[in-house]
Write a protein that binds this ligand. Sequence first.
Ligand code: ADP
Ligand code: MG
Length: 348
Amino acid sequence: MFSPKPAGESSSLRSGGRVKRELRMPLPSPTNGHTIDARGITIRFGTFTAVHQVDLTVSPGEVFGLLGPNGSGKTTLIRGLCGLIPFAEGSATVLGRDVTGEAERVRSQIGYMSQKFSLYEDLTAQENMDFYAGIYGLSPSRTRARKEELINLTGLGPYLHRRGGRLSGGWKQRLALVCALLHSPRLIFLDEPTAGIDPVARRDLWNLLFRLSAEGITLVVTTHYMDEAERCARVGYIYLGHLLAVGTPQELKQLPGVTPPGTRRLAILTTDMAGLLGRLRQRPGVRQATIFGQAVYAVVDADRSLAELGLEGMEVHPAEPTLEDVFVGLSRAQGDADGTGSRRPPIT
Ligand SMILES: Nc1ncnc2c1ncn2[C@@H]1O[C@H](COP(=O)(O)OP(=O)(O)O)[C@@H](O)[C@H]1O
Ligand SMILES: [Mg+2]
């Protein structure tokens, strides 16, 4: 399901420069069992608005992915939901508590793995865990039990006496995850947890996240990796502070702005991909063209024949949009709508 949008407020999804309303759903009752229920939150730094009127709900046990280019407001939104930055407008409940009025209580029930390595490099893995257990005020017996549980979950056992700074990227992230989980939070925010770690460590970390989700823990994860976005139950795409769309990966691919009406997507197999790409970009009727793997992918006007597109005699297949296509399409539409086109990320 798409994330419900409060009635009366326009959906923030835009496509082709016009506000679309496909994502609007009935108004949920307050909180409505949601782990996160944010309504119209705006966050400013002085006169700069980093997060614009974001509406967002996340359900218990959900793995929710937050994507968007650097500087789009992902970290700011998370910090806002953790009660670390005040909202200029709007309100949010997290785990049923008002983030503004009960910030301390909210923070005691959530885990936050920040974008930067948040552990002490000179302390061993074990000492880092004990330090965080102390901050959370866990009793010695609770600390022992919880540490054992989390060490078993993450496989950190062999590294307990290694200093934080000497762990590899993947093990550092597991240690950070353990520290963020010591107080048994029901919701955890993970800000780019897999940035800069190798593919095996990345997969291991995601397997861990799914185990946590299976236990009913809600996860909000920011990432730049499309394969990670595909793993999420739902994904939100934030661009220059605007949450442009929220839905399952499959729902996002069906959005009308992604493959505009009157166009179709093609995959063209050729040995001369660079040459074909250059020719396609000159052709009338070709809206976009890019290379991916062993094929050239193009969005073309549906009424153009293969001959008109210069593709006659080539191996051409219909293609499905990827999540990358979704985000490129949404960013382009938003850039056109608010005149920030020059700030948008490179588009093929
Ligand atoms: N403490 C701050 N003071 C002023 N501007 C900030 C501050 N933190 C973030 N910003 C600005 O807010 C915008 C969003 O930043 P951020 O939330 O870190 O983006 P992301 O996590 O998506 O990369 C950026 O333009 C950033 O420069
Ligand atoms: Mg960030």
